[in-house]
Design a protein around this ligand. Structure first.
Ligand SMILES: [Zn+2]
Ligand SMILES: [Zn+2]
Length: 386
């Protein structure tokens, strides 16, 4: 990587411009227009409105038939920014608290490097996806024919990690981020006077049994080597202090890092809920929704990503065996169709406030934009060698 002051400064300016004007899921109209304009200026063939507001741009070099996808996300979070920068969000309840402004500009930076020096053989497809935060944008692009219209052999994504040291890279083969599923369990008993339990089917007692039983799935059913979480997070009843309720509703959230564990959690949950309810004569309505799939990196693609990152920052700043995280990421949906690798770039440094993502004071570290752009550039050269 050759540091270029002018390039780094321009990337920071672009980032500030997007940061000031954050747009939420599927409403990234101005952001997509900005991205498309920059890409056209660089000479890319640009396709808009894929998955509503998504953008895809292609660049071909040489005669090679292989293609790789590089993906960035564009949406903001619905929270009010509390940081004080000249480029702070102008819109209340919308801010780039996850750094998708930085990811978008990192990929634009890579686009510029690739267009200026297309030192590869094949096709690069730049994917700017909408709606990562609600986990709906990747699916929307796929339903719009992303992989049929723009076939690719591998796909790569990058996310910032503001806690790890600046310009270090982190990844792992296999499960790196968790699935997220949500559940609603509605237990219907028969309410009645608090003094006469014999005349009721008390759904409170059934719910208590269910909540405790659900905690045995991770401890007794899921393989201890596969991290997983089952959390009951909300509890509602229609009772009052001197009457047993008719119904109790339990809501919650589960995480896992393999498709097998994800399936197992769903199956065991349903079996426990239905059978415990049946044992007490209560009825059970069980609803389970898949929000995010587990993010599973491909081993060969991890090797490519690690080699490329090593070329940019040195192998000692590349961690190929990072711990899995229980957060979730929409990029995982792409990985169910095409092998690839998701990588994190550190953003923490001394003399800079360290703020986690999804915090109202978060701001992307501009000093990582150029490094990220070079990572993607080297990745293309690694995956599509001449
Ligand atoms: Zn986020
Ligand atoms: Zn994010």
């Amino acid at each position: 990587m050759t540091h270029n002051e002018e390039f780094a400064k321009r990337l920071a300016e672009w980032r500030h411009q997007i940061h000031e004007n954050p747009e939420k899921a599927f409403e990234e109209v101005a952001t997509a227009a900005f991205v498309a304009e920059r890409l056209k200026e660089m000479g890319y063939e640009v396709h808009r409105n894929i998955g509503k507001t998504g953008v895809v741009a292609n660049l071909k070099a040489g005669e090679g038939t292989r293609a790789i996808g590089l993906r960035a996300d564009m949406d903001c979070i619905c929270m009010t920014e509390e940081g004080e920068h000249p480029w702070s969000s102008k819109t209340p309840k919308q801010m780039h608290a996850c750094g998708h402004d930085g990811h978008t500009v990192t990929l634009l930076g890579a686009a510029e490097l690739l267009a200026k020096k297309p030192d590869f053989d094949g096709t690069v497809r730049l994917i700017f996806q909408p709606a990562e935060e609600p986990g709906k944008g990747a699916q929307a692009m796929m339903e719009d024919g992303l992989f049929e219209r723009f076939p690719m052999d591998e796909i790569y994504g990058l996310h910032n990690d503001p806690i790890r040291p600046k310009n270090t890279f982190h990844m792992r083969a296999g499960g790196m981020l968790a699935s997220e599923d949500n559940f609603t369990i509605r237990i219907k008993g028969r309410g009645g006077h608090a003094s006469a339990p014999q005349d009721t089917i008390d759904p409170m007692v059934v719910a208590a049994q269910v909540i405790l039983a659900l905690q045995t799935i991770v401890s007794r059913n899921v393989c201890p080597a596969d991290p997983a979480v089952v959390s009951c997070t909300e509890l509602f009843t229609d009772g009052v202090h001197n009457a047993m309720p008719n119904t109790v509703t339990i809501l919650g959230d589960t995480r896992s890092t393999t498709p097998e564990a994800q399936r197992m959690i769903e199956e065991r949950m349903e079996a426990l809920c239905r059978n415990i309810c049946a044992a007490y004569g209560a009825e059970c309505e069980f609803t389970y929704t898949h929000e995010f799939v587990p993010l599973v990196n491909d081993e060969t693609c991890v090797a490519h990503a690690a080699a490329a990152a090593g070329k940019v920052v040195g192998a000692e700043k590349v961690d190929r065996n990072a711990k899995p995280l229980m957060a979730s990421e929409d990029f995982a949906r792409f990985l169910t169709k095409v092998p690839g690798c998701y990588i994190q770039i550190g953003g923490a440094e001394e003399d800079r406030e360290t703020c986690p993502v999804h915090n109202s004071r978060f701001d992307y570290n501009d000093d990582t934009l150029e490094t990220g752009a070079w990572y993607f550039y080297e990745l293309v050269r690694t995956c599509l060698p001449k």
